[in-house]
Structures are given as structure tokens and as C-alpha cells.
Design a protein around this ligand. Sequence first.
Ligand SMILES: Nc1ncnc2c1ncn2[C@@H]1O[C@H](COP(=O)(O)OP(=O)(O)OP(=O)(O)O)[C@@H](O)[C@H]1O
Ligand code: NI
Length: 275
Amino acid sequence: MPLLEVNQLSITFTQYDRGLRQKKVPVIQNLSLAVERGEIVAVVGASGSGKSLLAHAILGILPHNAAVSGRMAFDGQPLTPTVIRKLRGKRIAFVPQSVQSLDPLMRVGDQVRQAVRTGDPAAEQQRAFAQYGLAPQVARRYPFQLSGGMARRVLVSIATVSGAELLIADEPTPGMDPAVVQETLRAFKAFADKGTAIVFITHDLEAALTIADKVAVFHAGATLEVTQAADFEGKGERLRHPYTRALWLALPQNGFAIPDEEAGETQICSLKHEA
Ligand SMILES: Nc1ncnc2c1ncn2[C@@H]1O[C@H](COP(=O)(O)OP(=O)(O)OP(=O)(O)O)[C@@H](O)[C@H]1O
Ligand code: NI
């Protein structure tokens, strides 16, 4: 049984036009995804394709104007609002996309220590900072005193000291320098090797492929394809969807190939953006 199961998830926003007329805007439609213990599933796709909303739906933190349908389960247990409240920050950890989610009024070291569930909080915080290249004195700073990359390392520290069984990381690496990105990816892989299930949301297919077992490709609110990471090889012959193949062929090592429109390739509009 997968640790996390998302079945036929749909999310629709209600918006108000002029004159209080309601408008329903579907943003995710019939999305299914399963993540086993020890498995890293990368979620890639263009900006606005619904990656963060998927994470927010799992964590039960969608805005109030969102209507959700479908089934989600963690360790066989349906993810109801009560259940998810109990799991969040404990068995399920989250690296949010926005660094604004740090508490502006609390020293960042304390925010990391608060997230520790087993072991000595101070020691765990120091270990995490050392791992992600944050100097010990950074612990005494407030979020506004950090660069974007440092704030993201603090967010990764908070999520990883919790010892959660499921880690959902929403774009954890922007603003980090390449060595820290590598260290973060290595850390994720090490967690997975110890049994943690990881959902790794990213624009960066190349980075995703260095650690992912599976890749879920999103486009306009639908999962186009969930594929084995190993299928990204050669000319992408094993990739079923033209958009997925376009993402793969657009990587530098594949020569930034622009798919052949004559051959009927579709949906390559955001190809440049993704590369
Ligand atoms: N509160 C909201 N009300 C209406 N529409 C929303 C709301 N929040 C998000 N959306 C829409 O849902 C879609 C998916 O947004 P989401 O943030 O999940 O995209 P994403 O794939 O995470 O993008 P990015 O890569 O830029 O982070 C977008 O088109 C966005 O405009
Ligand atoms: Ni996002």
C-alpha cells in the first residue's frame, strides 16, 4: 500500500465577477498520484500547472474559495481535516514554496528547534545548519535578516529535522548556490534510502532526475504522465506524452532540441520557460 495516495483529485475555485456573479474556475482535474515509502516522486510542470495546489490539497491548507473532490489517503487513512491537522509537522513535513512562511518574529534557530520531535532540539538544529551550510550564528537571526537562499535552507532544515515519514518539498532549491542544491538533493536521497516518502516539486527536471524514482508531469492541472525516472533517456522513446518528451529534449545535454511540429508535437508552448 502506498504511503500517500491521491485519487481523482479535482480543485475548483469560486471567484466573483462584477455584480457578484459567481464563476467556477477548475484548476486541477482528476489527478492521481501514489508515493511509496522510500520513493521520491518528482512533480514537474510549467508555472501555474497546479503543483503547489496539489501540495496544499494534501496538507489541507487550500484557500477557502477552493472546492476539493476526490480521495486522499495517508498510510491507508483518509486525509480528513482532523487527520491532516494531526499529521502536519509530525508524520508529514512540508517545505513551502514561499520563504514568507517563516515566522517573522521568531529567531530561525528556534523555529528549527521547535520542529524537532526526537533527540536533542539544539543538537538537531545545529546538525541541520551544518549540513545545509548555514553558519551557527545564523540561528540567532530573524527571517528578514536572511537572503532568499538562506531562508530556503532554514525551511529545508525545519522540514527535515522533524523525522517525518512523508516530506513534501515545493521548489526547495531556488536561490541556493549549486553546492547547497547538491547537498539538499543528497539529503533528500538519504532520507528516502531510510524509508521517507518524498514528493519533490520543481521546475528543474534535470535536478529531479538525479534523485527521483518517478516523475509526474503536470500540464494545465492534469497529470499528463507518471513515468519512471529511468524512462528519461535517449531520445525519450519511452516517454508517452509529447509534452514530457519536449521537456526532456529541451535539456542542455540533449541539445535544446525543439520538437518537430510537422510530426504533430503539441503543447510545447512553455518549452523555453521550462528549460
Ligand atoms: N486562490 C486562488 N484563486 C484562484 N485561482 C488560484 C488560486 N490559487 C491558485 N490559483 C490558480 O491555480 C493555478 C495553479 O497554481 P499553482 O500555484 O498550483 O501553480 P504551480 O504549478 O505551483 O506554479 P509555480 O511553478 O509558479 O509555483 C494557477 O493558474 C493559479 O492562478
Ligand atoms: Ni508553485
